[in-house]
Design a binder for this molecule. Sequence first.
Ligand SMILES: Cc1cc2nc3c(=O)[nH]c(=O)nc-3n(C[C@H](O)[C@H](O)[C@H](O)COP(=O)(O)O)c2cc1C
Length: 212
Amino acid sequence: MQQELIDVILSRRSHRKFLPDPVPKDDIEKIIYIATMSPSATNSQPWEYVAVYDNAVKEELANAVLKKLELMSSNLDKDKDARQIKLISKSSFYFTFFKEAPVVIFAIAKPYKSVMDFINEYFLEEDEPSFAYEASIQSVSASILQLQIAAHIMGYGSCWMTAPNIAKREMGKIIGIHDNDRIIATIPLGKPATKSLSAPRRKSVNEVLRFI
Ligand SMILES: Cc1cc2nc3c(=O)[nH]c(=O)nc-3n(C[C@H](O)[C@H](O)[C@H](O)COP(=O)(O)O)c2cc1C
């Protein structure tokens, strides 16, 4: 059992191509239930999830991202910034492929008042994000990974995307989130087109671990 769990965690991959098979709403509810059982700062649960099934809305969202990419390109100098312009056009797939997934889930962080807010003035350097802000981003992130693992166990592929955040204000308006809420990630989900993707290279444990 322990090895099985480890195998599940190790075999999760980021999926960017999906089959058109429908994803029942019950499955999304189950996946989000599991995501909401993740830890959060002072159990604040500062998350909200929006699952987009509507193809026209997905298209509108992807167009908002594309428009931002185009705006970025048009503000660059054709000669001086040729490398960046090429890079933007080459990587646009990694910003917009979510629109092809049967479901696109938005992970949203909601502001919350931490009982620890009073410590901000004692330990924060100038311009540092508040304790509650950092804790909310970390809480939502923990929940996103739990969502991805749950989806993987249930036979779905997903991808945690932050590139579309270049249009997070525009996307927030389209999916109707409150002004103070913040899109953390866009997560396309569906039956994966390819089941066994190989893992991108990882740094060795020696490179990332230090014992003291
Ligand atoms: C915070 C975060 C942001 C990411 N943003 C994107 C993204 O915008 N587009 C994308 O194609 N993949 C994105 N990814 C997926 C990573 O590229 C992927 O996790 C990494 O290459 C390792 O591959 P694996 O998930 O298959 O193990 C993101 C992952 C994380 C954790």
